[in-house]
Design a protein around this ligand. Structure first.
Ligand SMILES: [Mg+2]
Length: 414
């Protein structure tokens, strides 16, 4: 079998409300690039990458000359072809490789009649558990709904997500407001859901001293872990010496070099594996095996997905034995999806691992067209800008926090 074509289509899918984070905001929508790899046997594999636009389309188009005529099963060959580590200073194609790897695994699964997880070692579980993913949110510009800014709104949001989807673990995304205020929100949320477990992620924007302080304030709670409280392995290591709970990262261990450094001088207890950041599902499986050997914890990370990438996360979660914690997903913040059948559903806080051959998801062509039109109409958005603070630049460590008394609704094109 040979690759005959590669197509990339940027799409913009609305969110229930703008999601605030330490660097800025998801401006009420996700922009993703859907990748289709077609073979001479008529099998089409699906991939997905964060962001998009003309540059993403051009990147995938430029790789046709590398990949057309190649066997989609030659994934190790493709790794060096697309993302040779010694060339990565110049082209940085890890996330591009990931989207292509998803598509090629999808092709192989369809050809062989097996789900992707069965190519990667076989499924160990039929459902992958997820944590609720609680964001501070701006109000939706359409109807003013969805705001999460006050302590009570955060408590209510957690209760509603638990009631709707069945989550028993809750992740709060912080780094937006002063840590003292976010501590109040986190403790109130945790105390409102006794018996569940919790995790907090300020995206690495605190000083080491503030990370230690925050960690010590929450030691009495049933924390899964404290995620990226500070940016950098050395800050994490110093925090870990003084805080009695596991530390997790999706930021400072996102490749094998960093994983090796963390094994030799441990700074992080739980490695959050992202199928995009690591360059595919297979590198995540390999990393999970290293973590198994050195008895580090593992969970599946979300970098903001539609159904194709969610499928990669489900197949990863299905086949790694040492899945120590529930996964993350932005997925429940989406209004819609581009896959046939619409959004996948949570059952008791978990999502079923697809059983169809390949990734087990198919493109809904009408939705793809609709959300591509949406992309053409709205364009991209600056992920690392806050729509209500145009003069703001976050530092690391940051002290330039948003004001929790500011209840304005940003004017964002819809
Ligand atoms: Mg994180």
């Amino acid at each position: 079998m040979k690759i005959v074509d590669i197509r990339a289509t940027p799409v913009t899918v609305p969110l229930l409300a703008p999601l605030r984070h330490a660097n800025g905001c998801h401006w009420g929508r996700f922009v993703r690039t859907i990748v289709e790899v077609e073979t001479d046997e008529g099998i089409v594999g699906l991939g997905e990458m964060g962001g998009g636009g003309e540059s993403a389309v051009a990147t995938f188009n430029s790789l046709k000359s590398y990949l057309v005529g190649r066997d989609p099963a030659q994934l190790e060959e493709m790794r060096f072809l697309v993302a040779n580590p010694t060339a990565s200073l110049y082209n940085n194609r890890t996330q591009v490789l990931a989207a292509l790897e998803f598509a090629c695994l999808d092709i192989m699964g369809q050809k062989w009649g097996v789900p992707v997880c069965d190519i990667l070692g076989g499924r160990l579980r039929d459902f992958v558990p997820f944590a609720s993913y609680l964001f501070f949110r701006y109000p939706n510009g359409r109807d003013g709904s969805g705001e999460v800014r006050t302590v009570q709104q955060m408590v209510d949001e957690a209760a509603q997500l638990k009631a709707t989807h069945g989550f028993t673990s809750h992740k709060m995304k912080g780094g937006v407001f002063a840590p003292e205020y976010e501590l109040e929100c986190y403790r109130a949320m945790a105390e409102s859901l006794p018996g569940d477990s919790y995790r907090f992620d300020p995206n690495g924007v605190w000083s080491t001293e503030k990370a230690i302080w925050f960690g010590q304030q929450i030691e009495d709670l049933n924390n899964d872990f404290l995620e990226d409280p500070v940016f950098g392995l050395h800050g994490m290591r110093r925090t870990r010496e003084k805080v009695r709970m596991p530390l997790a990262t999706n930021t400072v261990v996102v490749g094998f070099e960093q994983l090796a450094a963390n094994v030799l001088d441990t700074a992080v207890d739980v490695i959050l594996l992202d199928t995009t950041f690591w360059g595919g599902i297979r590198p995540c499986v390999k990393a999970a095996q290293v973590c198994e050997m050195f008895q580090l914890g593992v969970a599946v990370h979300s970098s903001g997905e539609l159904g194709i990438q969610l499928a990669t996360m489900l197949h990863l979660g299905a086949c790694i034995p040492n899945l120590s914690f529930s996964a993350d997903a932005h997925y429940h913040h989406l209004v819609d999806d581009v896959i046939v059948g619409g959004k996948m559903q949570y059952v008791n806080g978990a999502i079923a691992v697809p059983t169809e051959p390949g990734l087990g998801v198919k493109l809904d062509r009408d939705k793809l067209g609709e959300y591509h039109e949406n992309f053409l109409r709205l364009g991209g958005y600056p992920y690392d800008r806050d729509p209500l603070r145009p003069d703001w630049t976050p530092l690391v460590p940051n002290q330039r926090w948003a004001d929790p008394k500011d209840g304005r609704t940003p004017r964002i094109p819809l």
